[in-house]
Design a protein around this ligand. Sequence first.
Ligand SMILES: Cc1ncc(COP(=O)(O)O)c(C=O)c1O
Length: 397
Amino acid sequence: MFANISLPASDEIIDLMARSSKDERPFKVDLTVGVYKDTNDNVVLMKAVKKADQQLANEGRNKGYIGSKGDLEYVQLLQELAFANQTVNGYVSGIQTAGGSGGLRAILDLIKLANPQAKIWVSNPTYANHIPTIVAAGLAYEEYPFIDDKTMMLDESGLFNTLEKLGVDDVVLLHGSCHNPSGLRLTLQHWEQIAQLSKSTNFLPLIDTAYQGFADGLNEDAVGLITIANKVDRLALCVSCSKNFGLYSDRVGAAYILSPTQEEANKAQSQLAIMSKATYWVPPSNGAEIVKTIFKTPELKKMWSDELTQINSKIKGIREKLCAAFRQYSGDNYFDYILSQEGMFSMLPATAEQMEILRDKYAIYGLNNGRINLASIHEEHIDYLVESVLSVTRINK
Ligand SMILES: Cc1ncc(COP(=O)(O)O)c(C=O)c1O
């Protein structure tokens, strides 16, 4: 049966993590993986998460099955967070999923069911798992321009010239905030333009919210989603709690559809549940219980959002220091683009070969597309990082 299957290409991030962990050079700077770590390089266990987890354990939670739609109270509370407590025109229905990735897959399966000819448009570049998930769902995909690799800023004309040509069979996958990998920021005006184009051309917006709270704040980071939701009749949304609750391995997420009628919303929700039922039967509940407990306990909710604010300002501080060092060492402001961005990621203006030189010669680990996780930069790394990057990538400018 399996003798003739091919060996899939290995995962870039996993490979680089393994390679970096074997690298014992004391000046090593590992900026590969997209998780938030503390100054000792440990994945942060947020205080409110720890407390809620303990509280649930003390209460003796049971491990019974939940239905394939998941815990609908959690689904509702997460929806309120995603939409910053704002009501939008139409009917939102959703299900609990195994992470944002499970949500994305359920939505793609639903799109395939509704319109097998649909084409999913992804930004160039996009999160590494987007295209494989689209392909696995049996859907076609194409890329829309996003980053201008000369200026490292948004390729506005490329983006909007592409979107205005789309139609009813097209789905545009957008990052709710904190674009992965580029960190590029869409302004309110950009979101309004996207919403207007979706309305006029009828493409379906599919929003992937994986970093709510990492840009300007929990409510502020919902502005793109809300702007679109207020304009269009239909949209799809997947939400991840992996980053903003630090619940990566608990697999906490949700998938939502905005529909113009209650009947359509109910059908979408039931079909989404069928999709996840056929994949993993019921979603994992431990992390969702923790999130629900935090939402329902004002003291924990405040503790959680305060900690998220601290994480956020720490990353902003790193952006500022990095930018200042780039100015100082390069004598120009080319790297100011880093300051105009949001979230954990940014990209270096480097080719895959240059990223390899950084690893090989300087023990600086980033992805082949130039992505670095700013949250993993310690203050004492900055001078070395900047000097090394400039010596390898100057040629690019
Ligand atoms: C844009 C984006 N969407 C989804 C995910 C995955 O989220 P989850 O771990 O909840 O499946 C990530 C993780 O890096 C991401 O960057």
